[in-house]
Design a protein around this ligand. Structure first.
Ligand SMILES: N[C@@H](CCC(=O)N[C@@H](CS)C(=O)NCC(=O)O)C(=O)O
Length: 209
């Protein structure tokens, strides 16, 4: 397996955690978003949107979208299951994941922030206000969905943690006020004691600068 990744991409970070948790043999191919490598003609043949991550399977096939990649890996490598067996619990977890994947991340990612600056002349503090607002709205809902467990859904790592930790990493990087989210922050600290999460961190990637 080969993962096309950028160290600061939270969507790629989700997949890096899964690859580590499931101990899947893989390599990482860095795609530098700042140098626009994701927009190169060659990369577009692999990931038609020009976004990271993209997974190259052992058969040389390409798969876009972190959710699809995680689902593929979970089916192919069931040694560590990411979803609970109970259908309602699995759907509940999907609700949690979708808040991040559908409602927070897409309106705060690099191309949206770049559009605010390049097309609408929204820069600096105003852009940060946008980012912090939408992240805070999303995290406020997520906080209400947790109990006092070590991880998002109980005492085992699940798919929810793979989405939550990269999102919180970015929230901290952009100095989102976290005092209203003690349960989320507790999960963040618990996950970050595990090797799979530590090795997937942006600063531990070979392309980190
Ligand atoms: N829904 C996609 C989102 C992918 C995405 O937005 N990736 C970001 C990095 S986290 C990206 O490639 N951004 C490049 C850009 O915005 O130009 C997924 O989960 O894979």
């Amino acid at each position: 397996m080969k993962l096309y990744s950028y160290y600061r991409s939270s969507a790629a970070y989700r997949v890096r955690i899964a690859l580590n948790l499931k101990q899947i043999e893989h390599s990482i191919e860095p795609i530098n978003l700042i140098k626009n490598e994701h927009k190169s003609a060659d990369y577009i043949t692999k990931q038609p949107q020009g976004l990271v991550p993209c997974l190259e399977t052992n058969n040389g096939q390409f798969l876009a979208q972190s959710g699809a990649i995680l689902s593929y890996l979970d089916t192919l490598y069931p040694n560590v299951k990411l979803l609970p067996a109970d259908p309602f619990q699995a759907a509940k977890m999907q609700s949690f994941v979708d808040i991040i994947a559908c409602d927070i991340h897409p309106i705060c990612n690099l191309r949206v922030l770049n559009y605010l600056t390049e097309q609408l002349n929204i820069e600096g503090e105003q852009k940060l206000t946008w980012y912090r607002h939408w992240v805070t709205v999303g995290l406020s809902a997520l906080e209400t969905m947790l109990d006092e467990s070590s991880y998002s859904f109980g005492e085992d790592v699940t798919l929810a943690d793979l989405y939550l930790i990269p999102q919180l990493y970015n929230a901290l990087r952009f100095e989102v006020e976290m005092s209203a989210f003690p349960k989320l922050y507790n999960v963040y600290q618990c996950c970050n004691q595990l090797e799979a999460f530590i090795n997937a961190k942006p600063e531990n990637q070979t392309d980190a600068v």
